[in-house]
Design a protein. Structure first.
Length: 118
């Protein structure tokens, strides 16, 4: 799932760069990678909080990594003129579409009932 999101983001970013739109390409890659990092941190946070071995300490650490650290990082990056805000939005959306698509197809395979009932 993570690899598909990363590959889609990098491929679209590379194609955009080849067309001569470097700020848009950097924005796409930056948005996609930031979304992957944010989703990964969210999964770690939820696992630390609601997983089989909950840990308040780990949950607080992941909360601190996800919100102040990641958001400070992206705020700083988006202030650079070399990164397009529109590209960031495109990259962010690409990853969401890829992740939702993978999860939907995975869920459909798990719930499909064959003619023999299995």
């Amino acid at each position: 799932m993570w690899a598909i999101g990363a590959v889609v983001t990098v491929l679209v970013g590379a194609c955009t760069a080849l067309l001569g739109a470097a700020p848009l390409a950097f924005g796409i890659v930056c948005g996609g990678l930031w979304n992957l990092a944010s989703l990964w941190c969210l999964m770690q946070l939820l696992d630390a909080w609601l997983g089989p071995h909950p840990s308040r300490r780990r949950a607080v650490l992941w909360l601190l990594v996800k919100f102040p650290l990641l958001y400070l990082l992206i705020f700083t990056a988006l202030r650079q003129p070399a990164i397009s805000l529109a590209g960031f939005g495109i990259g962010f959306t690409l990853v969401l579409v890829a992740v939702v698509g993978v999860l939907a197809s995975s869920a459909q395979r798990r719930t499909t009932v064959r003619a023999n009932g299995r």
